[in-house]
Ligand binder design. Structure first.
Ligand SMILES: Cc1ncc(COP(=O)(O)O)c(C=O)c1O
Length: 438
């Protein structure tokens, strides 16, 4: 007897498979593949000794061990929240109270992903509008879609999300009576995933001006995802978007230990305006009533002892060399190709733009050609939410220099360049053939 179908919720039905999981399967099925796709961090420099020492110290004393092995609180371990606020102050070069932030505004989350998810959960109903950049961090796009949000995206240039375009969008939503549906603006302000680009400093201030102007029937919340802030290799250290919100009203600042310390620890935090706190904490209570307490205690020690800051400093050197290797490889191997790419001052990604005719999406010949040549990239179309008025661009690629070693970066870029060259040659040959036969 066959059992009747399981009646999945509307939300489950709105939730698609994360496209990146298909890429991961591709990489696992081809062990010789050089994956320039994975958003993983550098394996060799994961802080094994530092983590071992912190955990051993913690567990060596029955009192501290029991405190860490017990449940914690939903908001998170207070000394860790203090340390996070301290680190933020240090990066900002300003005391937290000048931004109306105290340790009470800091909520520890299970990765920053949980923080982003909880905010969508407390702010969005189906049909609400979320504004993101185009392109944007695709995992969150999937989460937003699961809430039934309509995603409207704003073009980027070298300075990140274009504020003139954002203003244009807000204006047109107002003119058509849809401004009251706009709940959130989401952006990755430092070394964005997927482009590696940061929001220019003047735009940070402008963003706040626009949000204040257009928060009419209700407040529009900005989520500043600062996941890659610590991974700065050169260029200026910009003040956060949060720093332009002195009364702590509009901007949620999300950070994570995943990129600059250990993704396996899966701890992040959100800095929240006072009037978002209760709603987020209630939802977090429903999720897990507190992120892993043992890891929070360990991270608190790692921060207090200066180990974190030391590790970040070393990591920046290491990733800078990888970033340089990728840019050198691109300049060297792709000089003859009609492609351009970003030169990220931090983070883990470079973003390539090909001529429109070169389709980089997964089902198309270039992608398969790359797999056959032993290299994997993230097709750029994953990073764009479909828009009513614009087709999704299919001429971009995201390359990551995080997980692979320097020789593999060179080899991977070389394979990619050759695959692109062959694809363009073939496209050229078939274009000539078709004009000859027509
Ligand atoms: C931009 C961005 N935000 C958030 C995350 C979530 O990371 P985690 O939940 O591990 O903090 C990632 C992970 O890749 C990311 O790239």
């Amino acid at each position: 007897l066959t059992a009747p179908d399981i009646p999945f919720s509307q939300k489950a039905q709105r939730t698609g498979e994360q496209p990146v999981s298909r890429l991961m399967a591709e990489a696992l099925a081809n062990p010789t593949l050089i994956s320039l796709a994975a958003g993983f961090v550098d394996h060799a420099s994961l802080p094994t000794e530092q983590a071992a020492r912190a955990l051993a110290d913690l567990l060596a004393h029955p009192d501290s061990a029991k405190a860490a092995l017990q449940y914690g609180t939903t908001r998170g371990y207070p000394p860790l929240r203090e340390a996070l606020l301290g680190r933020f102050e240090c990066l900002e070069g300003a005391p937290a109270q000048t931004l109306a932030l105290t340790v009470d505004n800091v909520v520890v989350t299970t990765g920053s992903q949980q923080g982003l998810y909880l905010l969508a959960d407390v702010l969005l109903d189906p049909g609400d509008i979320v504004i993101t950049s185009a392109p944007s961090y695709f995992v969150y796009t999937g989460a937003l879609q699961s809430f039934g949000a309509e995603i409207r995206s704003v073009e980027m240039d070298q300075g990140g999300m274009r504020m003139d375009r954002l203003e244009g969008l807000l204006k047109s939503l107002q003119a058509t009576g849809h401004l009251n549906r706009v709940k959130l603006i989401y952006l990755v302000s430092y070394y964005q995933n997927p482009t590696g680009l940061s929001l220019a400093p003047d735009r940070r201030q402008r963003l706040l001006e626009l949000v204040r102007t257009y928060s009419q029937s209700h407040r529009i919340v900005i989520i500043e995802d600062a996941a890659y802030r610590e991974l700065r290799y050169d260029g200026p250290a910009y003040p956060s978007v949060k720093s332009f919100d002195p009364k702590n009203q509009y901007v949620v600042h999300a950070m994570t230990f995943s990129k600059a310390f250990s993704p396996g620890m899966k701890i992040g935090a959100v800095f929240l305006p006072d009037d978002l706190l209760d709603a987020v904490l209630r939802q977090k209570g429903n999720h897990d009533f507190g992120s892993a307490n043992l890891i929070q205690h360990a991270l608190s020690r790692i921060m207090e002892t200066g180990i974190y800051a030391e590790h970040v400093a070393q990591l920046r050197q290491r990733y800078k060399a990888k970033r340089d290797a990728m840019l050198a490889a691109l300049a060297d191997r792709m000089a003859d190709l009609p492609l351009t790419w970003t030169a990220p001052a931090g983070g883990l990604y470079a973003w390539l733009t090909a001529p429109n005719a070169l389709d980089t999406s997964r089902g198309k010949p270039l992608f398969q050609r790359c797999i056959d040549s032993g290299v994997l990239y993230v097709p750029g179309d994953y990073c764009f939410a479909p828009q009513a008025d614009n087709p999704v661009p299919t001429n971009h690629m995201r390359l990551s220099f995080g997980a692979v070693g320097i020789p593999a970066i060179h080899e991977g870029v070389s394979r990619l360049a050759q695959a692109i060259r062959n694809q363009l040659d073939q496209g050229h040959a078939s274009a000539i053939a078709s004009t000859e036969t027509s």
